[in-house]
Each structure stands twice: as structure tokens, then as C-alpha cells.
Design a protein around this ligand. Structure first.
Ligand SMILES: *Cc1c(COP(=O)(O)O)cnc(C)c1O
Length: 495
């Protein structure tokens, strides 16, 4: 199986080449040429496996240039009990008779990004060996909070890699900020950027397309790669938990093999829900894909109208990892829905770049309508949802997950569809204590890490160990720069 750019499919790359490169030189996203399928028999076999073996099985379908033994060893390391605090890695918690929460935050940084970023470093360093790359890779990350910490943890002290993370100064929670500022490891750098997530992301994209910088770094023995969800090595591990959660529901007897389930995903850059879409195309029995946004509802409008328009107000919300106006991974969806029409996708992306706007053709519009439902939830409703979920279901959720639960309710009210639904829970509530406590009626909040104790007191739930340990960590990174100065930070780190 080969990988091609969504903007030019004439050049074919191996999986290792695609993962080592991260982003195609033409600005497109590297994507498998065709999707493999999962048969009913595969699902029967997968049902009996643990998470690690399920991961190997699914990834092997896409990574022909990797052996099963290699993938096995990565899965053992990435999803070990040292890193995760739950035996099942991605457990499914049943909230009520038709609603199930897929908890993707039992990893080292308490958010779903760990699911992919514990795996990516293994895939990447093996890809570098396979492509006979001699230079050191420097991973550049723009993050709205969760990716940064998860990438830092995944890559820390991994041989022949460096990692540099930029985050928007006012776009992350206290705990998220502290997690990054206290990062340990000898190959890591962290810097905040004045502005919002799009400023940080645009800045990083600019660095990637800077030819002069690339030459400079090459002379110094470095090349740049990405851990953002545009890297195929990020999307692929996310396919696993959709398959895994389906198998778990069959195993529990909640559904029968072959029954459809809906999935509802709190969405930002469109990487998570894209993996769900791919899983469906591969044969996993998924009905509707419910795309949940916060007040930055550019995707809600897009899915409803076929018009993507980023020219709108940007809101800083209590679900910061979804504060995004340009959802990069949507490009892969357009590629799939247009029958891999690279010219068309390139045109849309050119229009997005020139005018901030594009409108898809009727084929894509009908595909969007058939596959997706979209809705959004503002901060006030997010808080109400957290509170309701806690009092009515004894289930504590973070603001991102709350957005999804609210949009699911909208969907059910509008359509009357009571299909079994998997809601993807993307962060531990302890990562966003301030807003969760606010939702539970606590207004006088403790400073810094002490806020964790407050949430414990209120709910009797224990904070995840890596968050509780922040208390004893030293701050190592405090710099902030304008986005024009990001290049200096890179040059300074890669001296
Ligand atoms: C990254 C993130 C999201 C959004 O996921 P995308 O793949 O960018 O759509 C949602 N919730 C949390 C907690 C996240 O960290």
C-alpha cells in the first residue's frame, strides 16, 4: 500500500516515507491510496484480543513495510501499564442503556492525544531507520494544549529526535500550561506564542515551508517533521480505539456483531472523527458520525451547508483543544469523499488560503449529509451538561466531553434516533478543574495545582497521578514570543 498527497497523487510513498516526512512538500496531507477492509471474521478475532494486539492488527493493515514483531513491540511499549492507569487502555464506560463513554484519557498526560502520541515516536524512529535518514529529526508542534504535552512525553529522550512545542499563551488551562512548562527530558523545548492556536499553527506551517530555514538546518544536521495530527502516524493509532470499543460492546452483549453504533466526537482539528470515518469505510458497523463543536462552529456550518468559511469571530472557550477555525484533517475527508480527486482538493485548499472560504460540490455535500450530523454547544451549555451528568449519572466529565454529550442530546431530540452511541471522552475532568468546579457551583477557586484537591473534595474522585505530581516539579520553560520570532526559537534550539 502506498501513500499519496491529497493535493497531488502522482507521487507514491511507502508508509515509512510518509511518516518520516509528516507533511507533503506540496502542502497536502499524506494519505493511504486505498483503505484496507476489516471483515466480520476479523472483528470476531479482534474481539478476543487485548488492546495491544488489536493495535498491532489494525496498524499492520496499513504498514506493509513494518513487521508484525516490530508493531507488537511498539504496542507493548506504547500501551503499557506503566504509562496507562487502566488495564483496558481505552475502556468503555456505560452511562445509560444506549450511551457509552469511550475514555481515552487514561494515559500519561490525561488526554486522548496520548493514544496516538505514545505510538508515533516508535513509528517515526523506525521510519527514519527504514528510509536511511542520517540527520536528527526535530519535531515541531503547534498545540492548543493537549497535543504539546502528549508529544513531549512521547518523544522525551527518544534517540535522534528533538522536540519543540509552541502553544498559544492565553489558549491553555493553568494545568495544561504547567504540564508543559515543567517538561523533563534533554531533547525538549517549549515556548508560548502571543495569539491564539491558529497563530501558533500558521507560524509552524510557515516554518515548514521556509526553504531557506530547511537548508540552514540541513547544514546543521537536522530536518523538521511534525507530530500534529496531519502526520499519518497520528491518525492511524486512532483507528484502533473505534474498532476496540465496538468489539468491547459486542463482548459485553450490549450489541450483536453487525449492529450499527453511532459515534459522537468532540472535534477540533478533525483528526479524531476522521479516524472514525475511516473505520466506517473499512467496514466497522458505524451509523452516524456526530461531529460536536464548541462556539467555534465552523465545522457545524460546513457539514450542514457544504460551505467552509473561516472568516468569523474566534472564541476562546472552556474547551480550548477545540478552539480551531481551520481543521487541517478535513482535507483528508474531502479527498476521500471526492473519490481521491487531488486537483479538486488542491483548488479548495487554494481558495481557503486566498479567501478563507470554499464551497464543495454536490457529490461531497450529499456524502456529508449521509454520513455526518453536526452541532455545537457554547460554554454556558457545556457547564450545564457537566453539572447534569454529575448529578443525574454520577459521571464526571471534562468540558470537551460535555460538548459531545450535549450535541448528542440535540441529535437525539431532533431525529429520534436511539441507536447505541459511543461518545468519545477526550480528557480527564482534572485537566480542566476550574471550569468543572465552576459547573458544580464552586466559585472560590484554589490557585495552581491545589485546585486538584478542591475537585477531589467536591467529588470524591482521585486526580490522575501525573497531574497530582505536578506539585513537585520545577518550571523549566517560561519564554513567550511573537509569531514572527518563532524561527529564532528554532534556530536557537538547533544550534
Ligand atoms: C485534541 C482534542 C480534541 C479535538 O480532537 P481533534 O482530533 O483535533 O478533532 C478534543 N478534546 C480534547 C481534550 C483534545 O485534546
Amino acid at each position: 500500500m502506498y501513500y499519496v498527497s491529497t493535493r497531488d497523487k502522482s507521487k507514491k510513498l511507502t508508509a515509512a516515507q510518509a511518516i518520516a516526512l509528516g507533511l507533503s512538500r506540496d502542502g497536502g496531507l499524506l494519505t493511504p491510496e486505498t483503505l484496507p477492509s476489516i471483515s466480520e471474521q476479523d472483528l470476531v478475532a479482534l474481539k478476543e484480543m487485548n488492546y495491544q494486539d488489536r493495535a498491532t492488527f489494525i496498524m499492520k493493515l496499513f504498514l506493509e513495510d513494518f513487521t508484525k514483531e516490530e508493531l507488537d513491540s511498539y504496542a507493548q511499549k506504547a500501551y503499557s501499564m506503566e504509562k496507562f492507569d487502566h488495564q483496558e487502555i481505552a475502556p468503555v464506560y456505560t452511562v445509560d442503556q444506549i450511551t457509552h463513554s469511550l475514555e481515552l484519557w487514561h494515559g500519561p498526560t490525561s488526554a486522548f492525544k496520548d493514544m496516538a502520541l505514545q505510538m508515533l515516536p516508535h513509528l517515526l524512529s523506525a521510519s527514519l531507520v527504514k528510509t536511511e535518514e542520517e540527520k536528527t529529526v526535530c519535531i515541531l508542534v503547534a498545540t492548543s494544549g493537549d497535543t504539546g504535552k502528549a508529544a513531549l512525553e512521547g518523544f522525551r529522550d527518544v534517540d535522534k529526535t528533538k522536540i519543540l512545542v509552541f502553544y498559544p499563551k492565553d489558549g491553555v488551562s493553568d494545568i495544561q500550561g504547567l504540564q508543559m512548562q515543567t517538561q523533563e527530558g534533554n531533547n525538549v523545548g517549549v515556548c508560548s506564542v502571543f495569539g491564539n492556536f491558529d497563530d501558533a499553527q500558521t507560524g509552524v506551517k510557515k516554518l515548514f515551508s521556509d526553504v531557506k530555514l530547511r537548508e540552514d538546518l540541513e547544514n546543521r544536521g537536522y530536518f523538521l517533521s511534525s507530530a500534529n495530527s496531519i502526520n499519518w502516524g497520528r491518525v492511524l493509532p486512532q483507528l484502533v480505539y473505534y474498532v476496540s470499543s465496538y468489539c468491547d460492546l459486542v463482548k459485553k452483549g450490549t450489541i450483536k456483531q453487525g449492529d450499527l453504533v453511532n459515534i459522537c466526537v468532540p472535534t477540533g482539528n478533525f483528526g479524531n472523527i476522521l479516524a472514525g470515518y475511516y473505520a466506517k469505510r473499512m467496514g466497522l458497523p458505524i451509523g452516524k458520525l456526530i461531529c460536536a463543536s464548541n462556539s467555534n462552529n465552523v465545522l457545524t456550518d460546513f457539514i450542514k451547508t457544504g460551505i467552509y468559511d473561516r472568516n468569523r469571530q474566534f472564541y476562546t472557550t472552556m474547551s480550548p483543544s477545540m478552539d480551531i477555525l481551520i481543521s487541517s484533517n478535513l482535507e483528508r475527508l474531502l479527498f476521500a469523499m471526492s473519490n481521491e480527486n487531488d486537483t479538486l482538493v488542491a483548488d479548495y485548499m487554494q481558495a481557503l488560503n486566498d479567501t478563507g472560504k470554499y464551497e464543495v460540490n454536490d457529490t461531497i455535500k450529499s456524502a456529508l449529509e449521509a454520513e455526518f450530523y453536526a452541532g455545537y454547544c457554547d460554554d454556558a451549555k457545556t457547564q450545564v451538561t457537566i453539572q447534569k451528568m454529575w448529578t443525574e449519572n454520577d459521571y464526571l466529565i471534562d468540558p470537551h466531553t460535555a460538548v459531545a454529550f450535549d450535541v448528542l442530546e440535540q441529535y437525539r431530540n431532533e431525529t429520534g434516533d436511539n441507536t447505541q452511541t459511543i461518545v468519545v471522552s477526550t480528557a480527564s475532568p482534572f485537566k480542566f478543574c476550574d471550569n468543572v468546579l465552576g459547573a458544580l457551583g464552586v466559585t472560590d477557586l484554589n490557585e495552581g495545582v491545589d485546585i486538584l484537591d478542591q475537585l477531589t473534595e467536591k467529588t470524591n474522585m482521585k486526580a490522575p497521578a501525573p497531574l497530582a505530581e505536578l506539585r513537585n516539579k520545577t518550571i523549566r520553560f517560561e519564554d513567550s514570543v511573537e509569531k514572527e520570532q518563532m524561527i529564532d526559537v528554532v534556530l536557537d534550539m538547533l544550534k
